[in-house]
Design a protein around this ligand. Structure first.
Ligand code: BDP
Length: 712
């Protein structure tokens, strides 16, 4: 009897220990699982010698102490001189031991933010060195070394030089001042504007730390559908508090600028970019902002798009608008990131073509401190799009990539969809100029020094940050690819899984395969064969290919799939909208010809008869059925896979993922049935025998309403 409570206690402890809520992200620093390796690491890392007294170096010290304490499961002493196994971290400026020629040589390739990690003899003692030209470089190197231990890599003969390929590695928060997040599926905004600037939520620091761990160095705090209030004094004070919190982590703050702000908060009668009073207002505003935030990054602007104000309201061009703002921030070394996501309902041309038509004539007309931020594809952030034709078509303008990390069109936070394969597919696309999209954005084709990737953040105040435990991998992947776009999707998934869950090989292999397939699975049960934009109106949740009553033509799914009695798909060849003409010949050749167009883009570029014979030998209609049914079946397979991984995962996260996969499976059946039943009304063809026929009617699916779906 006496022993019972003790047993119970032990059991409870074990249960708690095996429960994780995901808050720690990939920075868990649990004890190294492999016992032999643990012993090796303990011998190789016996103490710390860290010089330099900046807030950033304090973070380095703390991170290495906590990290190594957790991973090696013992306290790690501070050394005052090198001993066998000392980990030395610092810059040559603040640590004389690092002033040797070999390290200096390597540091020449590390730039301002890169780092060198080596195993070297210092005073004849074998040491591990993290060195950089700047303190922030040392911090990035610190996270890299910790990642090697977290993923159980050898640290015996290290010789690493790493520098980011892109200068700006950013998150774009679509966060509103009332804390709702446009297209956010992980709760409310983590910025508590009401309690700022006096209350610094520890989460701000954790946010900065997580970003620094993957090399993200910029954050746009506010929604692109901007609110001018953000530029008023009280809110600038709040932004300043955040900037101060982020600075030691190497993160600069940017804000969205509402183009009509001079009227809304400045009392002017116009926001015309060529009006002297307007110019002056922005110059003053910039000056004011820099007084609060001396390293303010600059403005991100959505103008003349989806109802936002902009220079065209005054018959000025996008270049006029961008340049006016660029001149205002130039004295302070700020930049303007102007978005290319523009299309208009008064333009009768295919939405696909509009941004290209708008911006290519302006190539070379922007100031040196302007970047054009282009979404990965020409329509929006569809589950699969060909790359945006602007990449490769504006050689005289620095183009910044905009990816969407939040899964607006990719299952929101109920679906497991790993986005690195989507990002990579775009980055590795050949523009037709014999170079890839990645080479356009990293400046290698133009010698641009302003280079960058932005990801629309999937972060909210949910305890696990991103809603779905696996959605964290997309934040992680964005950062890793922005640092080095040559990394593979598999490699990134592999390290994320090891850090986030466990190094168990069976778990990693199985979960990695599931992640790598997940985006294709999602495409298959929602938008197979190049279909796009057939989701629910407004909230974008679930299927609604039947919608045809929106006042803007290009907001209707029927505009995109064009299903009729003959066939389905958007003809973008010369006999249709000719959007294909915007691609370089080498890129468009394979797409324009029906027989060479890959299945993945078939209905994106062609209107194809229902009885068209596909490569598989099936008719188009039967292929469509095959894709939808296979996609839904694969989500059931994902559930089974995950269930088998239960022994390797803590209870809390195991059950969360299991419940979400169940929702995902239901959603896949919903997509499959709703789309096929609807397309059947025009194809008049049967769902082939052998498939389980939908038990619910099209009318039922059409009647579904989601007035409180998140993210609107
Ligand atoms: C669309 C979103 C909308 C954004 C817009 C944008 O549905 O909420 O405001 O993109 O990027 O995909 O500006």
């Amino acid at each position: 009897m006496k022993r019972f409570p003790l047993l119970l206690l032990l059991l409870l402890q074990a249960l708690l220990a095996s429960s994780e809520n995901g808050y720690e992200l990939w920075l868990r620093y649990n004890k190294v699982e492999d016992k032999t390796l643990l012993q090796v690491y303990r011998q190789q890392l016996t103490g710390l010698l860290i010089s330099g007294n900046s807030p950033t170096m304090d973070i380095v010290r703390k991170e290495l102490q906590t990290g190594l304490h957790g991973l090696l499961d013992h306290s790690i002493p501070l050394h005052t001189s090198p001993q066998a196994g000392t980990l030395i971290a610092g810059t040559p400026q603040n640590e004389p031991l690092l002033r040797n020629t070999a390290i200096n040589e390597q540091l020449k390739n590390a730039g301002n933010e890169g780092f060198v990690i080596t195993t070297s003899l210092i005073n004849n003692k074998p040491c591990t060195i993290i060195s950089a030209n700047t303190d922030i470089g040392v911090l990035y190197g610190t996270f890299h070394l910790l990642r090697l231990l977290q993923t159980q890599q050898s640290i015996t003969k290290l010789n690493i030089v790493s520098a980011p390929r892109l200068r700006l590695r950013m998150l774009n928060h679509w966060d509103n001042l009332n804390r709702t997040v446009e297209r956010g599926y992980a709760g409310f905004s983590i910025w508590n504007w009401h309690t700022l600037p006096d209350y610094i939520d520890p989460r701000y620091i954790d946010y900065a730390r997580a970003n620094a761990s993957i090399g993200i160095n910029g954050t746009v705090l506010t929604n692109v559908n901007a609110n001018a209030t953000m530029l008023t004094k009280p809110y600038l004070e709040k932004a300043k508090a955040l900037a101060n919190a982020f600075r030691p982590y190497g993160i600069r703050v940017f804000l969205t600028a509402r183009f009509s702000a001079p009227m809304e908060i400045g009392g002017l009668k116009t926001a015309d970019p060529l009006d002297p009073a307007v110019k002056q207002w922005w110059q003053q505003k910039a000056k004011e902002i820099y007084q609060y935030i001396p390293d303010f990054g600059g403005f991100l602007v959505k103008a003349n798009s989806e109802g936002q104000p902009g220079p065209q309201d005054y018959h000025r061009t996008h270049a006029d608008g961008a340049n006016m703002l660029a001149d205002a921030v130039a004295p302070f070394k700020g930049i303007v990131i102007w978005r290319a996501f523009v299309y208009s309902h008064t333009n009768p041309l295919d939405r696909h073509t509009q941004a290209f038509d708008e911006f290519t004539p302006l190539d070379g007309q922007f100031r040196k401190n302007v970047m054009l931020q282009v979404k990965n594809g020409p329509i929006d952030f569809m589950p699969r799009e060909p790359f945006h034709p602007l990449f490769g078509a504006m050689p005289n303008t620095p183009l910044m990539m905009e990816f969407q990390v939040t899964q607006e069109y990719l299952g929101q936070a109920t679906n497991l969809v790993y986005l690195a394969p989507l990002f990579k597919e775009v980055l590795e696309s050949n523009t037709g100029n014999d170079y890839t999209v990645a080479q356009v954005i990293d400046g290698s084709t133009s010698k641009d020094t302003l280079t960058g990737i932005a990801g629309v953040a999937n972060i909210g105040n949910d305890i696990n940050w991103c809603g779905h435990p696996f959605a964290q991998a997309n934040w992680y992947a964005l950062g890793r690819l922005a640092w080095d776009h040559s990394l593979s999707s598999a490699g990134i998934a592999n390290e994320w899984l090891r850090m986030t869950f466990t190094n168990n090989q069976h778990f990693v292999d199985t979960a990695q395969a599931m992640m790598l397939a997940s985006r294709d699975v999602y495409v298959q049960f929602t938008n197979p064969l190049g279909l796009h934009h057939i989701m629910g109106t407004g909230h974008h949740y679930g299927p609604a290919p039947w919608v045809n009553d929106q006042h803007r033509p290009e907001w209707n799914p029927v505009y995109y799939h064009k299903a009729d009695s003959i066939g389905i798909g958007f003809n973008r060849t010369t006999t249709g909208s000719n959007a294909l003409a915007q691609y370089q010949p080498k890129a468009r050749q394979q797409w324009e010809n029906l027989s060479t167009c890959p299945d993945a883009y078939l209905l994106w570029f062609h209107h194809v008869p229902w009885d068209y014979k596909m490569r598989s030998g099936r008719s188009l209609w039967n292929e469509l059925c095959y894709q939808y049914y296979t996609g839904a079946a694969r989500t059931a397979a994902m559930q089974q896979t995950w269930n088998k991984l239960q022994p390797y995962v803590d209870q809390q996260r195991f059950h969360e993922v299991a419940m979400l996969l169940n929702i995902q499976h239901k959603e896949s059946v919903w997509w499959r049935n709703a789309c096929l039943l609807y397309f059947q009304t025009v194809s008049h063809l049967p769902i082939p025998a052998g498939y389980e026929q939908p038990s619910t009617s099209l009318e039922y699916y059409k009647s579904l309403r989601f007035p409180y779906a998140p993210g609107i």
